[in-house]
Design a protein around this ligand. Structure first.
Ligand code: FAD
Ligand code: NAP
Length: 357
């Protein structure tokens, strides 16, 4: 990694030809043309202004990648543009009443540490979302969810800087158009806004949501009839640690595929052939299939080839122990998708954002 004189008066320290291998949890060894870390909104706005000027002078686009913890992206090649590493920190209590508290966190705050801080401070609602890697600013991008809770349930608003103009915009929950592992920032507004802070409304009284089967089972084995938020948080962390590979040991990006939605008719047809198929009825009549079950049933669990593979405890997680290239990993993903389509007639969609140039 080299630091050079910033081209054309870049307002912040710009690194050139940077190895991103340590900055993405799949440990994909891709390089970025430029990388800059921003720690406040002014710095971010000035950097975006510099990029616009650069594009104007050079008469070509300088692609942009906003990087949080790098835990939900796949770099399928080197990145020929500017990576902005989100380093805006800060935690603030904006207001409190008898039942709730309004809190704001900077986009660069570590998500898990933020959850831990909230639980320890007696601000409840995020316990089920403990131990999710990454940053606060990335959490709304796919409306992170786990153990029956999604970010949406306590989301109040976010502030973001518009890439094209540098203006600061506030989004409330409806403007974010949250869905299952989805938001407007993965759809129409993809790459158009950089999230600089997130505001949440949390409960001051325990609001324990422990009905997710794996949680229920764990807590009943512990003998915790009425778990406290702290116990719930610890249970979530313990279950995750026992089942999911730690990216620091085995590079991965969590679930590689979304759980697919099928019609109830298709689900019944599948169940005639596969009596133990796992599906969860959704509002609107569709059924959410457990993609991990499909991949496991197709025989991929524990599979490994050329440094990439499928985790042996959770088939939904692709792993990259050999620090192979993103394109190598995507080849494996494509073979799994083709196989699942052929066997079950079900289309799997990749969950992390794939960057291809
Ligand atoms: P990155 O990977 O850095 O970025 C992801 C995408 O968001 C990129 O397109 C990036 O450009 C964009 N982005 C990031 N920050 C910003 C910003 N401030 N403004 C605008 N765009 C931005 N996800 C879940 O939902 N539930 C889980 O339970 C879960 N478990 C996981 C477990 C493991 C072991 C791993 C490795 C991943 C897991 N994930 C889970 C996926 C991932 O951790 C989350 O999606 C997380 O929110 C990504 O945060 P990040 O900062 O690493 O984002
Ligand atoms: P699990 O408990 O083995 O369950 C497998 C799948 O079945 C999950 O994907 C889950 O869907 C679904 N499911 C289970 N019980 C359900 C219920 N009562 N109602 C609706 N759907 C149900 O899952 P796991 O792999 O150990 O993960 C536990 C939680 O952490 C899940 O919520 C999962 O999404 C989350 N997680 C997410 C990632 C990621 O990268 N996105 C990575 C690891 C874990 P949902 O996924 O919709 O909950």
């Amino acid at each position: 990694m080299t630091e050079t004189t910033p081209p054309d008066h870049c307002p912040t320290t710009l690194q050139q030809d940077v190895d991103l291998g340590g900055l993405n949890t799949l440990a994909i060894p891709a390089r970025a043309r430029y990388l800059a870390r921003v720690t406040c909104v002014d710095e971010l706005q000035a950097l975006l202004q510099w990029r616009r000027q650069y594009e104007c002078e050079q008469q070509r686009e300088l692609p942009l990648l906003i990087l949080g913890g790098g835990s939900n992206l796949v770099l399928s090649s080197d990145f020929p543009g500017l990576v902005i590493s989100m380093g805006i920190l800060g935690r603030e209590v904006l207001g409190e009443d008898e039942s709730s508290v309004l809190l704001r966190a900077g986009g660069g705050e570590n998500w898990h540490q933020w959850v831990q801080y909230c639980v320890e401070s007696g601000y409840f609602g995020l316990e089920n979302l403990g131990l999710i890697p990454g940053t606060v600013g990335a959490a709304p991008i796919q409306n992170i969810g786990a153990y029956g809770v999604e970010l949406e349930s306590c989301f109040e608003s976010l502030t973001a800087v518009e890439v094209s103009s540098g203006r600061v915009v506030t989004f409330d929950g409806s403007a974010c158009r949250f869905g299952y592992r989805d938001s407007v920032f993965k759809q129409e507004l993809r790459d158009q806004f950089i999230i600089t802070s997130v505001t949440l409304r949390l409960h001051r009284n325990p609001d324990v949501r422990a009905d997710y089967p794996a949680l229920q089972q764990y807590l009943s084995e512990l003998g915790a009839g009425q778990p406290s938020p702290q116990q719930l948080f610890e249970a979530v962390c313990a279950i995750r640690s026992s089942k999911l590979p730690d990216p620091a040991q085995v590079p991965n990006a969590g679930s590689f595929f979304k759980n697919p939605l099928v019609s109830s008719e298709q689900f019944e047809q599948l169940r005639e052939e596969y009596t133990d198929i796992v599906g969860y009825p959704q509002s609107g009549g569709q059924v959410k299939l457990a993609a991990g079950w499909l991949i496991d049933r197709a025989g991929w669990k524990g599979h490994s080839e050329d440094g990439v593979g499928v985790h042996d405890k959770q088939a939904l997680v692709l792993v990259n122990p050999g620090h192979a290239s993103g394109s190598r990993l995507l080849q494996l993903a494509q073979r799994i998708r083709d196989d699942i389509r052929q066997r079950f007639g079900v289309e799997l969609e990749i969950e992390p954002r794939v960057y291809a140039y």
